[in-house]
Design a protein around this ligand. Sequence first.
Ligand SMILES: Nc1ncnc2c1ncn2[C@@H]1O[C@H](COP(=O)(O)OP(=O)(O)OP(=O)(O)O)[C@@H](O)[C@H]1O
Length: 508
Amino acid sequence: MAMEVVLETKNLCKSFGAVMVNDKINLTLHRGEIMAVLGENGSGKTTLINMIGGIYYPDSGSIYYENKRVEIRSPKDADRLGIGVVHQHFKLVSSMDAVENIEIALSDKEYKNKADIRKRITDVAKKYGFTVNPDKKICDMSVSEKQTVEIIKAIIKGAEILILDEPTAVLTPQESSSLFNVIRSMKKDGKSIIIITHKLQEVLDISDNVYIMRKGRYIDTLKTSETDENELACKMVGKTVTLQIARTSYEKKKTVLSVHNISCLSDDKTVGLSDVSFDLKSGEILGIAGISGSGQKELCECIDGIREVTSGKIKYYAEEGNFDITNKKPEWRRKNKTGFGFVPEDRLGMGLIASSDMVDNMVLKSYKDEAGAFLHRKKAADIAKYLIKKLDIATPGIHTPVRMLSGGNVQKVLLGREIEAGRDVLIVSYPVRGLDINSSYMIYNLLDEERKRGTAIIFVGEDLDVLMALSDRIMVMADHRIAGITDARTVTKDYLGSLMTDTKGQVI
Ligand SMILES: Nc1ncnc2c1ncn2[C@@H]1O[C@H](COP(=O)(O)OP(=O)(O)OP(=O)(O)O)[C@@H](O)[C@H]1O
Protein backbone atom coordinates (compact mmCIF):
# COMPACT_ATOMS: atom_id res chain seq x y z
CA MET A 1 0.00 0.00 0.00
CA ALA A 2 1.26 3.47 -0.84
CA MET A 3 2.16 5.35 2.31
CA GLU A 4 1.19 8.82 1.15
CA VAL A 5 -1.13 10.35 3.75
CA VAL A 6 -4.27 11.93 2.27
CA LEU A 7 -6.32 12.66 5.35
CA GLU A 8 -5.49 13.12 8.98
CA THR A 9 -7.56 14.15 11.98
CA LYS A 10 -5.78 15.40 15.05
CA ASN A 11 -7.47 15.40 18.45
CA LEU A 12 -10.95 15.92 17.01
CA CYS A 13 -13.53 16.45 19.74
CA LYS A 14 -17.30 16.76 19.59
CA SER A 15 -19.86 16.85 22.38
CA PHE A 16 -23.63 16.91 22.36
CA GLY A 17 -24.72 18.51 25.61
CA ALA A 18 -22.66 16.98 28.37
CA VAL A 19 -21.84 13.87 26.36
CA MET A 20 -18.46 13.75 24.62
CA VAL A 21 -19.13 11.56 21.56
CA ASN A 22 -15.74 12.03 19.85
CA ASP A 23 -12.89 12.39 22.29
CA LYS A 24 -9.51 13.37 20.77
CA ILE A 25 -9.89 11.33 17.62
CA ASN A 26 -6.73 10.80 15.56
CA LEU A 27 -7.17 9.02 12.26
CA THR A 28 -4.74 8.67 9.37
CA LEU A 29 -5.87 7.59 5.90
CA HIS A 30 -3.43 6.79 3.08
CA ARG A 31 -3.84 7.03 -0.67
CA GLY A 32 -5.28 3.81 -2.05
CA GLU A 33 -6.25 2.54 1.41
CA ILE A 34 -9.57 0.95 2.29
CA MET A 35 -10.18 1.61 5.97
CA ALA A 36 -13.06 0.01 7.84
CA VAL A 37 -14.36 1.94 10.84
CA LEU A 38 -15.79 -0.37 13.45
CA GLY A 39 -17.54 0.35 16.72
CA GLU A 40 -20.64 -0.48 18.71
CA ASN A 41 -23.87 1.39 18.09
CA GLY A 42 -23.45 4.90 19.45
CA SER A 43 -19.64 4.73 19.59
CA GLY A 44 -19.32 7.91 17.48
CA LYS A 45 -18.54 6.66 13.96
CA THR A 46 -21.16 8.73 12.13
CA THR A 47 -20.27 11.80 14.17
CA LEU A 48 -16.65 11.43 13.08
CA ILE A 49 -17.47 11.15 9.39
CA ASN A 50 -19.96 13.97 9.72
CA MET A 51 -17.10 16.21 10.89
CA ILE A 52 -14.90 15.10 7.99
CA GLY A 53 -17.86 15.60 5.62
CA GLY A 54 -18.69 19.10 6.87
CA ILE A 55 -22.01 18.33 8.53
CA TYR A 56 -20.76 18.94 12.07
CA TYR A 57 -17.99 21.32 13.01
CA PRO A 58 -15.56 19.98 15.62
CA ASP A 59 -15.49 21.58 19.10
CA SER A 60 -11.71 21.32 18.95
CA GLY A 61 -8.95 19.56 17.01
CA SER A 62 -8.01 19.81 13.36
CA ILE A 63 -8.26 18.10 9.98
CA TYR A 64 -5.39 17.85 7.45
CA TYR A 65 -5.92 17.11 3.78
CA GLU A 66 -2.76 16.14 1.91
CA ASN A 67 -0.76 17.46 4.87
CA LYS A 68 -2.39 20.90 4.80
CA ARG A 69 -4.65 22.02 7.60
CA VAL A 70 -8.17 22.58 6.29
CA GLU A 71 -11.42 24.05 7.56
CA ILE A 72 -14.46 21.95 6.61
CA ARG A 73 -17.50 24.03 7.54
CA SER A 74 -20.02 22.56 5.12
CA PRO A 75 -20.49 19.58 2.78
CA LYS A 76 -19.55 21.98 -0.07
CA ASP A 77 -16.12 22.52 1.57
CA ALA A 78 -15.69 18.74 1.73
CA ASP A 79 -16.69 18.42 -1.96
CA ARG A 80 -14.17 21.07 -2.97
CA LEU A 81 -11.40 19.16 -1.22
CA GLY A 82 -12.40 15.91 -2.90
CA ILE A 83 -14.12 14.25 0.05
CA GLY A 84 -17.38 12.53 -0.94
CA VAL A 85 -19.70 11.09 1.71
CA VAL A 86 -22.48 8.64 0.92
CA HIS A 87 -24.85 8.71 3.88
CA GLN A 88 -27.34 6.05 4.86
CA HIS A 89 -30.20 8.30 3.79
CA PHE A 90 -29.59 9.27 0.21
CA LYS A 91 -29.73 12.89 -0.83
CA LEU A 92 -31.44 12.48 -4.19
CA VAL A 93 -34.55 14.04 -5.72
CA SER A 94 -36.96 11.15 -6.39
CA SER A 95 -38.85 12.74 -9.25
CA MET A 96 -35.65 13.33 -11.23
CA ASP A 97 -33.43 10.89 -13.10
CA ALA A 98 -29.75 10.24 -12.42
CA VAL A 99 -28.54 12.83 -14.97
CA GLU A 100 -30.74 15.57 -13.47
CA ASN A 101 -29.69 14.69 -9.94
CA ILE A 102 -26.04 14.96 -10.82
CA GLU A 103 -26.68 18.14 -12.79
CA ILE A 104 -28.11 19.92 -9.75
CA ALA A 105 -25.31 18.65 -7.52
CA LEU A 106 -22.58 20.13 -9.71
CA SER A 107 -21.39 23.64 -9.27
CA ASP A 108 -18.93 23.16 -12.10
CA LYS A 109 -20.24 24.72 -15.33
CA GLU A 110 -18.16 22.34 -17.38
CA TYR A 111 -20.64 19.53 -16.88
CA LYS A 112 -23.88 21.46 -16.98
CA ASN A 113 -24.72 20.06 -20.38
CA LYS A 114 -26.98 17.01 -19.98
CA ALA A 115 -25.28 15.05 -22.75
CA ASP A 116 -21.90 15.65 -21.09
CA ILE A 117 -23.21 14.51 -17.73
CA ARG A 118 -24.75 11.40 -19.27
CA LYS A 119 -21.41 10.62 -20.90
CA ARG A 120 -19.55 11.22 -17.64
CA ILE A 121 -21.93 8.84 -15.85
CA THR A 122 -21.39 6.07 -18.41
CA ASP A 123 -17.62 6.64 -18.41
CA VAL A 124 -17.41 6.41 -14.61
CA ALA A 125 -19.69 3.35 -14.64
CA LYS A 126 -17.49 1.66 -17.22
CA LYS A 127 -14.25 2.56 -15.48
CA TYR A 128 -15.23 1.20 -12.06
CA GLY A 129 -17.72 -1.50 -13.02
CA PHE A 130 -21.06 0.05 -12.00
CA THR A 131 -24.35 -0.81 -13.69
CA VAL A 132 -26.58 2.24 -14.03
CA ASN A 133 -29.28 3.68 -16.27
CA PRO A 134 -28.66 7.47 -16.33
CA ASP A 135 -32.20 8.19 -17.55
CA LYS A 136 -34.08 6.20 -14.95
CA LYS A 137 -36.03 8.21 -12.36
CA ILE A 138 -34.77 7.80 -8.80
CA CYS A 139 -38.27 6.79 -7.62
CA ASP A 140 -38.16 3.80 -9.97
CA MET A 141 -34.75 2.67 -8.75
CA SER A 142 -33.88 -0.05 -6.23
CA VAL A 143 -31.91 0.94 -3.13
CA SER A 144 -28.76 -0.41 -4.72
CA GLU A 145 -29.29 1.66 -7.89
CA LYS A 146 -29.85 4.80 -5.81
CA GLN A 147 -26.65 4.11 -3.92
CA THR A 148 -24.82 3.70 -7.24
CA VAL A 149 -26.06 7.14 -8.32
CA GLU A 150 -24.81 8.63 -5.04
CA ILE A 151 -21.35 7.11 -5.50
CA ILE A 152 -21.12 8.14 -9.16
CA LYS A 153 -22.23 11.64 -8.14
CA ALA A 154 -19.41 11.81 -5.59
CA ILE A 155 -16.85 10.60 -8.14
CA ILE A 156 -18.02 13.07 -10.80
CA LYS A 157 -17.79 15.84 -8.21
CA GLY A 158 -14.12 14.88 -7.89
CA ALA A 159 -13.96 12.69 -4.80
CA GLU A 160 -10.51 11.32 -4.08
CA ILE A 161 -11.71 10.10 -0.70
CA LEU A 162 -15.01 8.28 -0.56
CA ILE A 163 -16.71 7.71 2.78
CA LEU A 164 -19.51 5.15 2.90
CA ASP A 165 -21.73 4.96 6.00
CA GLU A 166 -23.06 1.42 6.30
CA PRO A 167 -23.48 1.00 2.55
CA THR A 168 -24.36 -2.68 2.69
CA ALA A 169 -27.01 -2.45 5.42
CA VAL A 170 -29.67 -2.17 2.73
CA LEU A 171 -28.09 -4.37 0.05
CA THR A 172 -28.54 -8.03 -0.79
CA PRO A 173 -25.38 -10.18 -0.52
CA GLN A 174 -25.09 -10.12 -4.33
CA GLU A 175 -25.38 -6.33 -4.45
CA SER A 176 -22.83 -6.01 -1.65
CA SER A 177 -20.34 -8.10 -3.54
CA SER A 178 -20.76 -5.95 -6.69
CA LEU A 179 -20.24 -2.85 -4.55
CA PHE A 180 -17.06 -4.37 -3.15
CA ASN A 181 -15.78 -5.00 -6.67
CA VAL A 182 -16.37 -1.32 -7.45
CA ILE A 183 -14.56 -0.31 -4.24
CA ARG A 184 -11.60 -2.52 -5.18
CA SER A 185 -11.33 -0.93 -8.61
CA MET A 186 -11.49 2.53 -7.02
CA LYS A 187 -8.63 1.55 -4.74
CA LYS A 188 -6.63 0.40 -7.76
CA ASP A 189 -7.25 3.83 -9.23
CA GLY A 190 -5.65 5.43 -6.16
CA LYS A 191 -8.83 6.51 -4.37
CA SER A 192 -9.01 6.14 -0.59
CA ILE A 193 -12.10 4.70 1.01
CA ILE A 194 -13.52 4.76 4.52
CA ILE A 195 -16.31 2.29 5.06
CA ILE A 196 -18.46 1.92 8.14
CA THR A 197 -19.96 -1.53 8.49
CA HIS A 198 -21.11 -3.74 11.33
CA LYS A 199 -20.61 -6.91 9.35
CA LEU A 200 -17.31 -8.36 10.48
CA GLN A 201 -17.04 -10.71 7.53
CA GLU A 202 -17.24 -7.68 5.23
CA VAL A 203 -14.58 -5.86 7.22
CA LEU A 204 -12.29 -8.83 6.74
CA ASP A 205 -13.21 -9.14 3.09
CA ILE A 206 -12.80 -5.56 1.89
CA SER A 207 -10.51 -3.51 4.14
CA ASP A 208 -6.76 -3.06 4.46
CA ASN A 209 -6.97 -1.74 8.02
CA VAL A 210 -9.62 -1.57 10.71
CA TYR A 211 -10.01 1.54 12.86
CA ILE A 212 -11.80 0.67 16.08
CA MET A 213 -13.78 3.07 18.27
CA ARG A 214 -15.48 2.53 21.60
CA LYS A 215 -17.66 5.01 23.49
CA GLY A 216 -16.34 8.00 21.55
CA ARG A 217 -12.69 7.04 21.88
CA TYR A 218 -10.08 5.60 19.55
CA ILE A 219 -9.12 2.08 20.60
CA ASP A 220 -6.80 0.58 17.99
CA THR A 221 -5.98 0.17 14.32
CA LEU A 222 -5.56 -3.42 13.21
CA LYS A 223 -4.15 -4.76 9.97
CA THR A 224 -7.02 -6.72 8.45
CA SER A 225 -4.85 -9.59 7.25
CA GLU A 226 -3.64 -10.15 10.81
CA THR A 227 -6.94 -10.23 12.67
CA ASP A 228 -10.16 -12.24 12.85
CA GLU A 229 -13.82 -11.84 13.78
CA ASN A 230 -13.30 -12.69 17.45
CA GLU A 231 -10.49 -10.20 17.98
CA LEU A 232 -12.47 -7.48 16.21
CA ALA A 233 -15.58 -8.14 18.29
CA CYS A 234 -13.60 -8.15 21.55
CA LYS A 235 -11.70 -4.93 20.74
CA MET A 236 -14.92 -3.24 19.80
CA VAL A 237 -16.87 -4.22 22.89
CA GLY A 238 -13.97 -4.15 25.35
CA LYS A 239 -14.53 -7.66 26.66
CA THR A 240 -14.75 -11.19 25.35
CA VAL A 241 -17.98 -11.68 23.47
CA THR A 242 -19.60 -14.98 22.66
CA LEU A 243 -20.97 -15.06 19.18
CA GLN A 244 -23.35 -17.91 19.79
CA ILE A 245 -27.00 -18.32 19.07
CA ALA A 246 -29.25 -20.29 21.39
CA ARG A 247 -31.96 -22.47 19.89
CA THR A 248 -34.21 -23.81 22.58
CA SER A 249 -36.19 -26.86 21.62
CA TYR A 250 -39.72 -26.20 22.62
CA GLU A 251 -42.64 -28.47 22.36
CA LYS A 252 -44.89 -26.78 19.88
CA LYS A 253 -48.32 -26.67 21.38
CA LYS A 254 -50.72 -25.35 18.85
CA THR A 255 -51.11 -23.65 15.54
CA VAL A 256 -51.56 -19.91 16.06
CA LEU A 257 -51.51 -18.71 12.50
CA SER A 258 -52.69 -20.37 9.36
CA VAL A 259 -52.06 -18.88 5.96
CA HIS A 260 -54.17 -20.48 3.21
CA ASN A 261 -53.33 -19.99 -0.46
CA ILE A 262 -52.88 -16.25 -0.26
CA SER A 263 -52.00 -14.06 -3.23
CA CYS A 264 -51.54 -10.31 -3.47
CA LEU A 265 -50.19 -7.60 -5.72
CA SER A 266 -46.88 -5.81 -5.31
CA ASP A 267 -46.55 -2.01 -5.17
CA ASP A 268 -46.19 -1.82 -8.94
CA LYS A 269 -49.30 -4.04 -9.40
CA THR A 270 -47.39 -7.09 -10.56
CA VAL A 271 -47.50 -10.38 -8.65
CA GLY A 272 -46.64 -9.78 -4.98
CA LEU A 273 -47.48 -13.23 -3.65
CA SER A 274 -48.72 -16.27 -5.46
CA ASP A 275 -50.63 -18.99 -3.62
CA VAL A 276 -48.70 -19.01 -0.34
CA SER A 277 -49.73 -21.46 2.40
CA PHE A 278 -48.18 -22.42 5.72
CA ASP A 279 -48.97 -22.86 9.41
CA LEU A 280 -47.11 -21.30 12.31
CA LYS A 281 -47.03 -22.83 15.79
CA SER A 282 -46.57 -21.25 19.19
CA GLY A 283 -42.96 -21.34 20.35
CA GLU A 284 -41.66 -21.70 16.83
CA ILE A 285 -39.30 -19.55 14.81
CA LEU A 286 -40.05 -19.84 11.13
CA GLY A 287 -37.09 -18.37 9.26
CA ILE A 288 -37.79 -16.91 5.83
CA ALA A 289 -34.94 -17.03 3.36
CA GLY A 290 -34.87 -15.77 -0.21
CA ILE A 291 -33.30 -13.29 -2.55
CA SER A 292 -34.53 -9.88 -1.47
CA GLY A 293 -37.73 -8.91 -3.30
CA SER A 294 -39.04 -12.48 -3.62
CA GLY A 295 -42.26 -11.71 -1.77
CA GLN A 296 -41.01 -11.49 1.83
CA LYS A 297 -42.16 -7.90 2.26
CA GLU A 298 -45.59 -8.58 0.78
CA LEU A 299 -46.05 -11.68 2.95
CA CYS A 300 -45.32 -9.80 6.18
CA GLU A 301 -47.57 -6.92 5.17
CA CYS A 302 -50.50 -9.22 4.29
CA ILE A 303 -50.22 -10.92 7.69
CA ASP A 304 -50.03 -7.56 9.46
CA GLY A 305 -53.10 -6.35 7.58
CA ILE A 306 -51.51 -3.43 5.76
CA ARG A 307 -51.50 -5.01 2.28
CA GLU A 308 -54.61 -6.31 0.58
CA VAL A 309 -54.87 -10.03 0.03
CA THR A 310 -56.50 -10.66 -3.38
CA SER A 311 -57.35 -14.31 -2.70
CA GLY A 312 -56.89 -16.80 0.12
CA LYS A 313 -57.36 -16.56 3.89
CA ILE A 314 -55.35 -15.81 7.01
CA LYS A 315 -56.58 -17.26 10.29
CA TYR A 316 -55.42 -16.44 13.79
CA TYR A 317 -56.12 -18.89 16.61
CA ALA A 318 -55.96 -16.84 19.80
CA GLU A 319 -56.77 -17.77 23.41
CA GLU A 320 -59.95 -15.73 23.08
CA GLY A 321 -61.11 -17.58 19.99
CA ASN A 322 -60.46 -18.00 16.30
CA PHE A 323 -60.34 -14.99 14.01
CA ASP A 324 -60.37 -14.61 10.27
CA ILE A 325 -57.92 -11.71 9.97
CA THR A 326 -57.81 -11.59 6.17
CA ASN A 327 -57.77 -7.95 5.08
CA LYS A 328 -58.64 -6.71 8.54
CA LYS A 329 -57.28 -3.21 8.92
CA PRO A 330 -54.92 -2.23 11.78
CA GLU A 331 -57.71 -0.33 13.62
CA TRP A 332 -59.92 -3.43 13.61
CA ARG A 333 -56.98 -5.60 14.64
CA ARG A 334 -56.17 -3.26 17.53
CA LYS A 335 -59.77 -3.11 18.70
CA ASN A 336 -60.15 -6.87 18.56
CA LYS A 337 -56.75 -7.47 20.13
CA THR A 338 -55.55 -9.43 17.14
CA GLY A 339 -52.55 -7.24 16.30
CA PHE A 340 -49.07 -8.70 16.00
CA GLY A 341 -45.61 -7.38 16.81
CA PHE A 342 -44.14 -6.22 13.50
CA VAL A 343 -40.71 -4.91 12.53
CA PRO A 344 -41.01 -4.20 8.79
CA GLU A 345 -38.05 -3.97 6.43
CA ASP A 346 -38.96 -0.40 5.59
CA ARG A 347 -37.89 1.26 8.82
CA LEU A 348 -39.43 4.61 7.93
CA GLY A 349 -42.84 3.01 8.11
CA MET A 350 -42.27 1.72 11.61
CA GLY A 351 -44.24 4.38 13.40
CA LEU A 352 -41.59 6.04 15.51
CA ILE A 353 -41.93 9.76 16.11
CA ALA A 354 -38.43 11.16 15.88
CA SER A 355 -39.10 14.27 17.95
CA SER A 356 -40.74 12.27 20.77
CA ASP A 357 -38.95 10.48 23.55
CA MET A 358 -38.86 6.75 24.20
CA VAL A 359 -41.84 6.85 26.55
CA ASP A 360 -44.16 8.44 24.01
CA ASN A 361 -42.93 6.05 21.38
CA MET A 362 -43.75 3.09 23.62
CA VAL A 363 -47.24 4.47 24.24
CA LEU A 364 -47.77 4.72 20.49
CA LYS A 365 -47.72 1.01 19.98
CA SER A 366 -49.33 -0.94 22.67
CA TYR A 367 -50.60 0.70 25.69
CA LYS A 368 -53.08 3.24 24.47
CA ASP A 369 -55.95 0.76 24.60
CA GLU A 370 -55.46 0.35 28.30
CA ALA A 371 -57.43 2.40 30.81
CA GLY A 372 -55.94 5.51 32.41
CA ALA A 373 -53.54 7.90 30.70
CA PHE A 374 -51.33 8.11 33.77
CA LEU A 375 -51.12 4.36 34.20
CA HIS A 376 -50.19 3.59 30.65
CA ARG A 377 -47.54 6.34 30.61
CA LYS A 378 -46.07 4.88 33.77
CA LYS A 379 -46.05 1.42 32.23
CA ALA A 380 -44.47 2.79 29.05
CA ALA A 381 -41.79 4.57 31.11
CA ASP A 382 -41.02 1.32 32.93
CA ILE A 383 -40.73 -0.54 29.65
CA ALA A 384 -38.46 2.18 28.21
CA LYS A 385 -36.16 1.87 31.24
CA TYR A 386 -36.20 -1.89 31.01
CA LEU A 387 -35.29 -1.81 27.30
CA ILE A 388 -32.40 0.61 27.86
CA LYS A 389 -30.93 -1.92 30.27
CA LYS A 390 -31.84 -5.07 28.42
CA LEU A 391 -30.66 -3.93 24.98
CA ASP A 392 -27.90 -1.66 26.19
CA ILE A 393 -29.45 1.33 24.40
CA ALA A 394 -27.03 4.29 24.43
CA THR A 395 -29.14 7.33 25.36
CA PRO A 396 -28.96 10.00 28.05
CA GLY A 397 -32.39 8.85 29.28
CA ILE A 398 -36.00 7.89 28.57
CA HIS A 399 -36.94 11.51 27.86
CA THR A 400 -34.30 12.17 25.18
CA PRO A 401 -35.91 12.64 21.74
CA VAL A 402 -35.37 9.55 19.63
CA ARG A 403 -33.82 11.64 16.81
CA MET A 404 -30.80 12.26 19.02
CA LEU A 405 -29.97 8.57 19.21
CA SER A 406 -27.53 6.88 16.84
CA GLY A 407 -29.04 4.82 13.99
CA GLY A 408 -28.46 1.49 15.69
CA ASN A 409 -29.93 2.67 18.96
CA VAL A 410 -33.09 3.92 17.25
CA GLN A 411 -33.36 0.47 15.75
CA LYS A 412 -33.05 -1.12 19.19
CA VAL A 413 -35.88 1.08 20.50
CA LEU A 414 -38.11 -0.11 17.66
CA LEU A 415 -37.23 -3.76 18.01
CA GLY A 416 -37.56 -3.67 21.77
CA ARG A 417 -40.97 -2.03 21.54
CA GLU A 418 -42.33 -4.62 19.13
CA ILE A 419 -40.92 -7.56 21.05
CA GLU A 420 -42.06 -6.25 24.43
CA ALA A 421 -45.59 -5.71 23.16
CA GLY A 422 -45.94 -9.38 24.11
CA ARG A 423 -48.13 -10.47 21.22
CA ASP A 424 -48.67 -14.13 20.30
CA VAL A 425 -47.16 -13.55 16.87
CA LEU A 426 -44.05 -11.53 16.13
CA ILE A 427 -42.91 -10.72 12.59
CA VAL A 428 -39.37 -9.36 12.23
CA SER A 429 -37.81 -8.42 8.91
CA TYR A 430 -34.04 -8.12 8.83
CA PRO A 431 -34.06 -7.20 12.54
CA VAL A 432 -30.31 -6.75 12.92
CA ARG A 433 -29.68 -4.42 9.97
CA GLY A 434 -27.64 -1.52 11.34
CA LEU A 435 -26.90 -3.27 14.64
CA ASP A 436 -23.39 -3.98 15.87
CA ILE A 437 -22.36 -7.59 16.24
CA ASN A 438 -22.87 -7.72 19.99
CA SER A 439 -26.34 -6.20 19.74
CA SER A 440 -27.20 -8.58 16.89
CA TYR A 441 -26.51 -11.59 19.09
CA MET A 442 -28.46 -9.91 21.88
CA ILE A 443 -31.44 -9.76 19.52
CA TYR A 444 -31.04 -13.38 18.38
CA ASN A 445 -31.06 -14.48 21.98
CA LEU A 446 -34.02 -12.26 22.77
CA LEU A 447 -35.92 -13.94 19.94
CA ASP A 448 -35.01 -17.29 21.46
CA GLU A 449 -36.38 -16.07 24.81
CA GLU A 450 -39.59 -15.06 23.07
CA ARG A 451 -39.80 -18.53 21.57
CA LYS A 452 -39.47 -19.97 25.08
CA ARG A 453 -42.41 -17.81 26.16
CA GLY A 454 -44.41 -19.44 23.41
CA THR A 455 -44.41 -16.60 20.90
CA ALA A 456 -44.73 -17.68 17.28
CA ILE A 457 -42.08 -15.83 15.28
CA ILE A 458 -41.63 -15.14 11.60
CA PHE A 459 -38.01 -14.10 11.07
CA VAL A 460 -37.08 -12.76 7.64
CA GLY A 461 -33.31 -12.87 7.36
CA GLU A 462 -30.48 -12.67 4.87
CA ASP A 463 -27.68 -14.47 6.69
CA LEU A 464 -28.25 -18.17 6.03
CA ASP A 465 -25.92 -19.23 8.87
CA VAL A 466 -28.03 -17.24 11.32
CA LEU A 467 -31.30 -18.52 9.88
CA MET A 468 -30.04 -22.09 10.20
CA ALA A 469 -28.81 -21.58 13.76
CA LEU A 470 -31.90 -19.81 15.10
CA SER A 471 -34.95 -21.11 13.25
CA ASP A 472 -36.94 -24.30 13.75
CA ARG A 473 -38.02 -24.40 10.12
CA ILE A 474 -36.89 -22.35 7.13
CA MET A 475 -39.28 -21.34 4.42
CA VAL A 476 -37.57 -20.30 1.21
CA MET A 477 -39.31 -17.83 -1.07
CA ALA A 478 -38.48 -17.50 -4.74
CA ASP A 479 -40.34 -15.57 -7.37
CA HIS A 480 -43.11 -14.55 -4.93
CA ARG A 481 -44.05 -18.11 -4.00
CA ILE A 482 -42.82 -20.78 -1.61
CA ALA A 483 -39.94 -22.75 -3.06
CA GLY A 484 -39.74 -25.06 -0.06
CA ILE A 485 -40.14 -25.44 3.70
CA THR A 486 -37.33 -27.34 5.43
CA ASP A 487 -36.15 -28.38 8.88
CA ALA A 488 -33.54 -25.79 9.91
CA ARG A 489 -31.57 -28.35 11.93
CA THR A 490 -30.83 -30.65 9.03
CA VAL A 491 -30.88 -28.47 5.92
CA THR A 492 -27.65 -27.47 4.16
CA LYS A 493 -26.69 -24.03 2.91
CA ASP A 494 -26.26 -25.36 -0.62
CA TYR A 495 -29.76 -26.76 -0.61
CA LEU A 496 -31.20 -23.45 0.64
CA GLY A 497 -29.22 -21.67 -2.08
CA SER A 498 -30.70 -23.94 -4.73
CA LEU A 499 -34.23 -23.31 -3.45
CA MET A 500 -33.63 -19.54 -3.49
CA THR A 501 -33.21 -19.64 -7.25
CA ASP A 502 -35.93 -22.24 -7.82
CA THR A 503 -38.98 -20.70 -9.40
CA LYS A 504 -41.09 -23.83 -9.73
CA GLY A 505 -42.71 -23.50 -6.33
CA GLN A 506 -42.29 -27.06 -5.15
CA VAL A 507 -43.21 -27.54 -1.50
CA ILE A 508 -41.13 -30.13 0.36
N1 LIG B 1 -27.54 15.64 16.83
C1 LIG B 1 -27.31 14.98 17.96
N2 LIG B 1 -27.77 15.45 19.15
C2 LIG B 1 -27.52 14.79 20.30
N3 LIG B 1 -26.83 13.64 20.39
C3 LIG B 1 -26.36 13.12 19.24
C4 LIG B 1 -26.57 13.75 17.98
N4 LIG B 1 -25.97 13.00 17.02
C5 LIG B 1 -25.41 11.95 17.65
N5 LIG B 1 -25.65 12.02 18.99
C6 LIG B 1 -25.17 11.07 20.00
O1 LIG B 1 -23.81 10.80 19.75
C7 LIG B 1 -23.51 9.44 20.03
C8 LIG B 1 -22.76 8.86 18.86
O2 LIG B 1 -23.64 8.75 17.75
P1 LIG B 1 -23.16 8.26 16.32
O3 LIG B 1 -24.34 8.38 15.41
O4 LIG B 1 -21.92 8.98 15.94
O5 LIG B 1 -22.82 6.73 16.62
P2 LIG B 1 -22.49 5.55 15.62
O6 LIG B 1 -21.23 4.93 16.11
O7 LIG B 1 -22.51 6.03 14.22
O8 LIG B 1 -23.71 4.56 15.91
P3 LIG B 1 -24.54 3.54 14.95
O9 LIG B 1 -23.65 2.38 14.73
O10 LIG B 1 -25.71 3.18 15.82
O11 LIG B 1 -24.94 4.27 13.72
C9 LIG B 1 -24.82 8.74 20.32
O12 LIG B 1 -24.92 8.49 21.69
C10 LIG B 1 -25.88 9.72 19.89
O13 LIG B 1 -26.99 9.64 20.73
